[in-house]
Design a protein around this ligand. Structure first.
Ligand code: SF4
Length: 335
């Protein structure tokens, strides 16, 4: 149901300026922002998607993907509608590029109902805000995340990172782990292919890293669009220098989706970029590669810590406190 949004101001003529993401939409009465789910109703900014859940599943945490945060666990994952980016290759366009009031499948859950559901799932770690871009359902996400923290649940945000620093700062108080999509290392790509900008995403990544919250980065490699070797090399060097060499980095194989008909990324191209990334980063994984394992070995003693094949995850070399069972090195800290 329409609910007043956060992060906006109204001018004298009832025009609204949204301050949630760097688009900074100026929205006239009766109109919507670029994300198509925040609208100006008589000088008030309303969110159309508060409580509307388009999809809900108990997913392996590796599906987010988060490989170094409670490996092998499950998390109740929810999505809503809308996105502040309009990527031609969107993998979830049916919900991200649609408006809540146009959907026939919408279900309404209050934050309290969602928390109760999450608490009732056996073995559930917490709640992941994912599937479409959670920035555009910010109010619902932060209300739910606040309650989740009180209930002892972990909270995860899977995001494009195109958010302003102030709303992100508030969110950081209630979010434990982030999976951020870094789509390319080129302003031109961001402008032409996603209708947004790279610089604010880099700033958001710095802010998340500085907060000490868990962070993993995903790059979907698309032939001819972002597989330029020098630009890719610059990207992984930037991650190492600005966010740390041990930032977990996923290279994901692209398949044609939505408006983009370019052929799928070849496995050879993924391998080539993986070897470039490994020169600069300690933890590099590949995704969407069929019939492949993605195991993790201890960086101190080379003990096999985690085996991953599709979503069959085993942790033969990890203690219950997240340390290597042989040398005791921390693999992940249980925060
Ligand atoms: S959240 Fe939506 S309305 Fe607000 S600035 Fe971003 S795209 Fe515009």
């Amino acid at each position: 149901m329409p609910t007043e949004a956060l992060w906006y101001h109204t001018t004298d003529d009832h025009t609204v300026r949204c301050k949630l993401c760097p688009h900074a939409c100026i929205i006239k009465e009766g109109e919507k922002g670029i994300c198509r789910v925040r609208k100006n109703d008589s000088g008030k900014l309303l969110t159309d998607v508060y409580g509307f859940v388009s999809a809900m599943n108990l997913d392996p945490i590796e599906k987010k993907p988060l490989y170094h945060y409670y490996p092998g666990s499950s998390v109740l994952s929810i999505g809503s509608y809308g996105c502040n980016l309009h990527c031609s290759f969107c993998q979830n366009s049916s919900i991200s590029q649609s408006e809540a009031d146009n959907s026939r499948q919408k279900q309404y859950f209050t934050p309290e109902q969602l928390i109760a559901l999450a608490m009732n799932q056996p073995g559930n770690l917490g709640i992941a805000f994912t599937y479409n871009e959670p920035i555009v359902y910010y109010e619902y996400m932060i209300d739910t995340a606040r309650m989740a923290k009180k209930a002892g649940l972990k909270t995860i945000m899977v995001t494009n990172g195109f958010i302003n620093p102030e709303p992100l700062d508030e969110l950081l108080g209630f979010t434990d782990a982030f999976s951020v999509d870094l789509k390319a290392f080129s302003e031109e790509f961001y402008r032409k292919v996603t209708s947004s900008r790279l610089k604010p995403v880099l700033e958001a990544l710095r802010q998340i890293r500085k907060s000490g919250k868990h962070l993993e980065i995903v790059n979907l490699l698309i032939p001819g669009l972002n597989d330029d070797e020098p630009a890719f090399t610059e990207m992984v060097k930037w991650i190492a220098a600005e966010l740390g060499k041990e930032t977990v980095f996923h290279i994901s194989r692209y398949f044609p989706q939505y408006k983009l008909t370019t052929v799928a990324t070849s496995p050879e191209s993924i391998r080539k970029m993986e070897s470039i990334a490994r020169r600069h980063l300690t933890w590099v994984y590949t995704g969407n590669m069929r019939n492949e394992t993605n195991d993790t070995y201890c960086i101190v003693c080379n003990n096999l810590l985690i085996t991953r094949f599709l979503y069959n995850i085993h942790t033969p070399g990890l203690n219950s406190d997240g340390k290597c069972s042989v040398c005791g090195n921390y693999f992940h800290k249980k925060t």
